[in-house]
Design a protein around this ligand. Structure first.
Ligand code: S3P
Length: 183
């Protein structure tokens, strides 16, 4: 029987753009002292190119391949424990979903469309939302992705109405329980 002792004990944040993965990731980093890594940033460092530029020059499919490569690296057997914040569409590939599940405790952060629209409208660095009607795009992508987030996550967390510190504390408690019970 596998006691779970040798399984990776990262905390992985998944969820749509604008649901607070980076903010909550930073709080968890502060509380736990594990380093925070962000798959978008790792890709940008590796390629020395911005996510927007990768989408523009090579397309979304190529970008999803880079996400898969980064997940592979994070799953290296000797990798240290981390908080891993992911790009909102990383779950679009089946292989990525299974790699994410193998990395540790998977937390799905959620927010209503209104909040996503407001947060993502503040800058223009998300290529998928540079459209005539971002609300329509968000709704369509959410409908498509919800079953994939659901299939990947160990827990879902509604972020609206709580501050990032409270959310991070709740995640920490549930992660401790998850790792202690070896599930
Ligand atoms: C994407 C989300 C972005 C980034 C890219 C594509 C998506 O990350 O990976 O623009 O497909 O939802 P954030 O969720 O951190 O904004």
């Amino acid at each position: 029987m596998n006691s779970g002792e040798n399984l990776p004990k990262n905390i992985i944040l998944i969820g749509f753009m604008g649901c607070g993965k980076s903010t909550i990731g930073r709080k968890l980093e502060h509380l736990l002292g594990y380093p925070l890594v962000d798959t978008d940033q790792l890709i940008e460092q590796k390629t020395k190119t911005s996510v927007a530029e990768i989408f523009a020059k090579r397309g979304e499919d190529y970008f999803r391949g880079l996400e898969a490569a980064v997940l592979h690296e994070l799953a290296a057997p000797d990798a240290p424990r981390r908080i891993i914040s992911t790009g909102g569409g990383i779950i679009a590939r089946k292989r990525n979903r299974s790699l994410i599940k193998q990395l540790g405790y998977v937390v799905w952060l959620q927010a209503p469309v209104e909040v996503i629209l407001e947060r993502t409208g503040r800058n223009r660095d998300r290529p998928l939302l540079q459209t005539e009607n971002p609300r329509e795009k968000i709704e369509a992508l959410l409908a498509e992705r919800k079953p994939m987030y659901d299939a990947t996550a160990d827990i879902e967390v509604e972020t609206v109405g709580l501050d990032a510190g409270e959310i991070a504390c709740g995640i920490l408690e549930s992660a401790r329980y998850h790792f202690a019970s070896g599930t």
